[in-house]
Design a protein. Sequence first.
Length: 489
Amino acid sequence: MAKKYYCGLCETSHNALKSRHQCNQCARFYCDSALEDARTVGVTTCVFCEGKLSPFFLTTSLQYLAEDKRVVDSEGNSEDTTSYSEFSLTQENLEISSESVTFPSYNIEIDQRDLEIVWLLQEIVAKEIPLIENEDLIQTNSGFIVKNQRIVGLSLFKHEIRRVPVEIGELIELEKLFLRENRIDKLPNLSSLKLLQELDLSYNQLRELPATLGDIPPLTTLILNDNRLKKIPISLTNLQLKKLNLQNNPCWNHQPRSRKLQRWIDNLVSNGCEVFDAPKVGEYLNIVLSPSEVEFLEEIERLIDKQITHSETAVNILNLEQLKNFKFGFYSSFERIKALGLGNLGLSTLPRSIQGLNAIEIINLSHNRFSQLPLELFTLVSLQGLNLEDNMLDTLDSGIRSLTELKILDLQTNNLKRVPKSLGNLRKLEILILKDNDLISLPSSLKDLQNLKMIDLRGNPIWNEREDRRELQKWIRDLKKRHCEIVGL
């Protein structure tokens, strides 16, 4: 955050752009309005000590290495052993006019307002921004280029910048602006930068772009990869780009892309634009997913505001531990999604498009907020493993009878008091986890689960109902005869 400076005349704190003069002797600051008022009554020196007043942004010293002009700290420390010469922004080696500042030792003149904006940016990044050579701009973390008194290039990499100050739009001669690897989530209107040719905003947190970005005709290089962009303003189709990178943005990675976006991309490519492509959903292992599965992935990512990752490791259907651990991502085989992990995402509902995953075999929905099962789940007739641990289920819909291929069902840590009789329809069920619920009875239909190999009933008041006790004991004896592991009884 930019510092505030206390004006000795108006007794108010201002930012750097309004506290633009300082006394050379007592170092008091004067804001523009206070200084103007003082001059109207003939005061031209400090009213406290009569010291000389200098433009505030000219009081900072910048030191450059003589050969490569890399900035060093204020004490002259540097890992490089090259000798350096001091480049000081002070009255002694500057020629100041009303509109510009000249540095005789560097034979360069800079527009005064441009220099003030650089000073403001220095306050934001808490670091000096050096004057550099043109070829160094793309390789440096901080720097600016000057041509014909105006700043034409600016680079600010890795400075944790969240918001770009609106004043940057006053650098109207800017041709190159590199702001990659910050934390920018919103851009100001940059349409005043009518000479901008290259813009790099990669590795930030942008969710949208201003439509006015399309009002900069010279813009030919646009680098936007690794942001959170879900859509691109239609105005960008006005640009005649030569280089475009939209990798690792939701609007780019998902298939099918919007028709308008795809038409724009096709047109750019046909006109010779270098478009950096990204892996399409489902192409991580050189496979292609069905349109219905792509639709689900797009909808679930919008719901969780997060990109879902592809797993290269298959999940063993009969391995309970793997089912528990597969908490986030999806696994696909033969062009179809086979396993899906959506654990610990605060979900209470699922997109209806989940019905399109008709080849899925494993779903982990543990540690969410489901109070009832989405009915769409019951259409997934190929499902063999379902983990619903640690949700808020108080009932289990009888529609679960349709999941006849189910082999593992984990319902532990919910609020279930009963389970439906239709659970007995799951004849292929091998593992049933009912631990830590409020079960007071079990349906007699569970005796039909002839393939059951393990059941966990710990943490339930299962013996409270006398009328069910005899039937339950009989079922347990039968399970033991079939060598079924019984936990909690």
